[in-house]
Design a protein around this ligand. Structure first.
Ligand code: AMP
Ligand code: MG
Length: 403
């Protein structure tokens, strides 16, 4: 077991325990947010044939003296989805619509705005441009590998897959993630509440983060601080899930049962990270299923998810570098407030990042306690202040901007 490690070390240990996810084939309609499990090759050229980028007239460029008016005889019309248009010879023009095939013999397009029709003649008064022709395969060649394994499917990628002729695509199966909150004081929101109780909240936010990362969350009933009940819940989750996430009970207190049971009966890869907030997480195995023991303090549990659980998903999905799924990105911000770092720990102060003419700027607003989940809503990012360093007003520092 490693103790008190750096965030980088924690990430590399987590990535080693990634899940080998099988592939499934799904329809494009269902593919938003899914990750390709195999490369996608184009079934067609794009464009499929030379076609016009403008509504106008297909002509021979050599017939049009730049800047002078000229009259050409009309041979017909080319429309998108229509039959093969008539060919043109010298002195002729064919009316053409955007996306329609270029008639044989034509090599340039004149915009409709630069023309006037008089009976069977069209008067050209503007330029004939070759670059208004979109040539076959200029975007994508048939047989080319266009989207690689690990690609995140968003609206643009979905359109691109359809352009390439795919109605169904292979994606990684969604990992199933069991979420177990622990604590005698917790009751579900909506219930009658006693003086000594609090509403259980972490499992709801964590479930949403799991969904955002492309997993299927199962929220198990909250477990009171009992080793026997926790063991039962962990066994059930290990049977049904690819990953287990617990919340609470990982510190040094008498009732920190997740740490206790992991020490006694589990397998711990690491405990504690040099990070504030979010110092005490545990990572290891419960019956061969990877398990993250997140701290109970709401800010800590969510931030630990962002920092070390997110990389487990990305590794399992073989996600492209810097692509989604992700929960935010590293940026540089100019601090408008002074922020204090932490001795020997990476410091994640909540900050509000906004765009300004001079780049990204950041301020701090509310109370920063690790129990204050409101601070995660009032702000939209955190500092990544290196150990033993503060940031002064005007200083540019690294930060993590939530998506
Ligand atoms: P623990 O890590 O179990 O010592 O909990 C630390 C703090 O987080 C305590 O104030 C708990 O009441 C609170 N807490 C623990 N689990 C949850 C949860 N699931 N939802 C909201 N607060 C929690
Ligand atoms: Mg507790």
């Amino acid at each position: 077991m490693e103790r008190g490690i750096s965030l980088e070390r924690a990430i590399s240990l987590v990535q080693k325990r990634k899940k080998e996810l099988s592939a499934e084939t799904i329809h494009l309609d269902d593919s938003h947010g899914r990750i390709l499990a195999a490369p996608l090759v184009s079934k067609v050229n794009d464009p499929r044939f030379d076609n016009s980028a403008m509504d106008g007239w297909a002509v021979r460029k050599e017939d049009i003296p730049d800047g002078k008016k000229i009259s050409l005889s009309i041979v017909g019309i080319s429309k998108a989805g229509g039959n093969t248009p008539p060919p043109i010879s010298s002195g002729e023009a064919c009316k053409i619509m955007t996306g329609a095939p270029i008639p044989q013999g034509a090599n340039a397009i004149v915009m409709v705005e630069d023309t006037e029709v008089h009976g069977k003649e069209v008067i050209i008064s503007g330029f004939a441009r070759e670059n208004y022709i979109r040539t076959k395969g200029e975007n994508i060649s048939e047989g080319a590998l266009i989207l690689s394994k690990g690609h995140f499917m968003d609206a643009f990628s979905i359109s691109l897959a359809a352009t390439m002729g795919h109605d169904c695509i292979p994606v990684f199966r969604k990992p199933v993630v069991g979420i177990i909150s622990t604590g005698d004081e917790l009751i579900p929101p909506g219930s009658e509440i006693n003086d000594w109780q609090i509403y259980e909240s972490n499992s709801f936010g964590i479930a949403d983060l799991v969904r955002k990362m492309g997993g299927i969350p199962i929220r198990y009933p909250t477990v009171v601080d009992s080793l026997d009940l926790l063991r039962e819940s962990l066994n059930q989750a290990a049977e049904n899930c690819d990953l287990i996430i617990t919340s609470g009970g990982v510190s040094m207190g008498d009732f920190d049962i997740v740490r206790k049971i992991m020490e006694l009966e589990g397998e711990i890869n690491f405990w504690r990270i040099k990070m504030r907030p979010g110092g005490p997480p545990i990572f290891g195995n419960w019956k061969k299923t990877p398990i993250f023991g997140l701290p109970g303090n709401p800010v800590s549990s969510h931030l630990v998810f962002l920092m070390i659980v997110c990389p487990w998903f990305r590794a399992s999905f073989q996600a492209d570098e810097n692509s989604k799924p992700s929960l935010g990105r590293k940026v540089h911000v100019k601090m408008l407030d002074k922020v204090k770092g932490a001795p020997e720990k990476l410091c994640l102060r909540r900050i509000k990042i906004s765009n300004s003419e001079k780049g990204l700027i950041a301020t701090t607003l509310t109370h920063q306690g690790s129990g204050n989940i409101h601070s995660m809503v009032a702000h939209n990012g955190v500092t990544l202040l290196p150990p033993d360093s503060d940031a002064n007003i005007g200083e540019i520092i690294e930060a993590f901007w939530f998506d």
